[in-house]
Design a protein around this ligand. Structure first.
Ligand code: BES
Ligand code: MN
Ligand code: ZN
Length: 501
């Protein structure tokens, strides 16, 4: 594994700011533009822009330059909504857009002045999120481009916190950078093409990660999977020359026992129930659940979180071949339940069945699983939100709260008994597809058959937000790392609760 370097070095600074070559300033409507922390030529430009645009609607921009000592600096000002109307999303969009513009113009020393008196920038999670996204600005998946095309450069960003929040931002630097590293790892792995990122390769990355983090790794190959009766992952993997792997990573010796499970289908062609050609290339992202879990593992290690963390990653490639599993096959999973295959494209739940069973047998306090599981979930919630399924209200509420603070849209969906009913098989205990309607709910109900008597589990269907295919300002196409921030912030919240107990 290559060491994970962040594209941008973030420093928190409120005085003695070195002369940057690009200043980025947000100015909420009606706010006083004067800020004694800024060098006179910059605050002069800001005041002038405020005057000129006073009567304009939010969204105006002013670009100019300022002479600071002997340096010539660019200044970008963006007119924001009034402080009480500003939303975290709007701020993030502004920040990401402004930073990516500055970076595209080649700035290597960027200064960002966050507006004061804006509620949604002041809390601890707000500060963590701002630091993390600042550290990732300029991120690009460049590994397969020639040297001259590699655009990531060494860059420094000085963040001037909102007035009065300096301490908050200083404290947020460490968790923010850890999350950014986790996000970068999750994105880099998720973006890696499936001819490179085979199950064996991904297992090797996980092994290297564990040894770098001082954790433990175990990798089960096909022989060992067969010995353990893991017929679900074996069935999915049997159509590919790149055989399946089950990875387990451990970290930490104190605190609550947390199991994280992540779907790692390195490529999902659908198998014999093959997918249409259009957009099939997106199915390299079908490993994003596993990649997010690896990112969270890295951040947990960076932060030395007081949790006993075990990560379970079922890795397989779903291809059509003479050796593929077929519709109507009956497969026995590790918990002894048999599953009739209706559709080989419902492969995620088959590999997760074995992984969830393995994780649940470890008797964790909580189990959280993430997967790009169903297209139906994207139909229900759109491309920017994940679905949350859990029978445990307390766990569900905790995840919804941290996800909201992390800016990761998460929406609770039901685990009603009729879904479980619909997943019963004709000739086996279960079937792997229960039809078209409520597909995300049916998949979740299926997974619930493999948790045993574990009560505190959650399934996150991240098929929508795990990757993006449309470029937007400050948003690169590809894996997003969705879920890393939520998982890390959730584990941090558990840590503080258990240490005060
Ligand atoms: N990996 C897909 C789900 C997916 C779809 C992820 C779109 C990201 C974007 C999953 O394995 C799948 O194919 N699910 C089927 C299930 C069906 C056959 C019951 C689906 O959603 O169509
Ligand atoms: Mn599939
Ligand atoms: Zn899939």
């Amino acid at each position: 594994m290559q060491t994970i370097k962040l594209p941008t070095d973030v420093r928190i600074s409120s005085r003695g700011i070195p002369a940057g070559d690009h200043w980025v300033l947000g100015l909420p409507a009606g706010a006083d533009p004067s800020d004694e922390r800024l060098p006179a030529p910059v605050s002069g430009f800001l005041a002038g822009a405020a005057r000129r645009h006073r009567s304009k609607a939010p969204g105006w921009t002013a670009e100019g330059s300022a002479q600071i000592g002997r340096r010539h600096a660019r200044v970008s000002v963006l007119g924001l909504e009034a402080p009480d109307r500003l939303e975290p999303r709007a701020i993030r969009k502004w920040l990401d857009g402004a930073l990516s513009a500055a970076i595209q113009e080649g700035a290597e020393r960027v200064v960002v002045r966050l507006p004061s008196a804006v509620e949604c920038l002041r809390s601890e999670p707000d500060a963590v999120r701002v630091v993390a996204s600042a550290a990732l600005s300029g991120y690009r998946f460049d590994r397969y481009r020639k040297q001259a095309e590699k655009r990531e450069r060494e860059r420094t960003l000085w963040l001037i916190p909102p007035g009065g929040s300096e301490e908050q931002y200083r404290a947020a630097r460490r968790p923010g950078l850890a999350i950014a590293r986790g996000l970068r790892l999750a994105r880099d792995l998720g973006n890696t093409p499936p001819n490179v990122a085979t199950p064996a390769w991904l297992a090797e990355q996980a092994r290297d990660l564990a040894s770098e983090c001082g954790g433990k790794a175990r990798v089960l190959g096909p022989t060992e999977l067969a010995r353990r009766g893991m017929g679900g992952i074996l069935a999915v993997g049997q159509g590919s020359a790149n055989g399946p792997r089950m990875v387990r990573l451990d970290l930490g010796v104190r605190g609550p026992k947390i199991a994280l499970v992540g779907k790692g289908v390195t490529f999902d062609s659908g198998g014999l129930s093959i997918k249409p050609a259009a957009s099939m290339e997106e199915m390299k992202y079908d490993k994003c659940g596993a990649c997010t879990v690896l990112g969270a593992y890295l951040a947990a290690a960076d932060l030395d979180l007081p949790v006993r963390l075990s990560c379970f990653l079922p890795l397989a490639e779903n291809l059509p071949a003479a050796s593929s599993y077929r519709p109507s096959d009956i497969v026995r999973c590790a918990n002894g339940k048999t599953v009739e295959i209706i559709n080989t494209d419902a492969e995620g739940r088959m590999i997760l069945a074995d992984a969830i069973h393995l994780a649940a047998r470890w008797k964790p306090d909580h189990l959280v699983e993430l997967s790009t599981l169903t297209g139906a979930c994207v139909v229900a919630l759109g491309e920017r939100a994940a679905a949350l399924f859990s029978p445990d209200d307390e766990l569900a509420d905790a995840l919804l709260v941290v996800a909201g603070e992390a800016g990761e849209r998460l929406w609770r969906m039901p685990l009603w008994p009729e879904f479980k009913e619909q997943m019963k098989g004709e000739h086996a205990d279960l079937k792997n597809s229960g039809g078209r309607w409520g597909g995300a709910n049916l998949a979740a109900a299926f997974l619930g058959e493999f948790v045993g008597d574990l009560a505190s589990w959650a399934h996150l269907d991240i098929a929508g937000p795990a990757y993006t295919t449309k470029p937007a300002p400050g948003r690169t196409v590809g894996a997003t790392g969705y879920g890393v921030t939520t998982l890390v912030q959730w584990m941090r919240s558990l840590g503080t609760r258990s240490s005060t107990r």
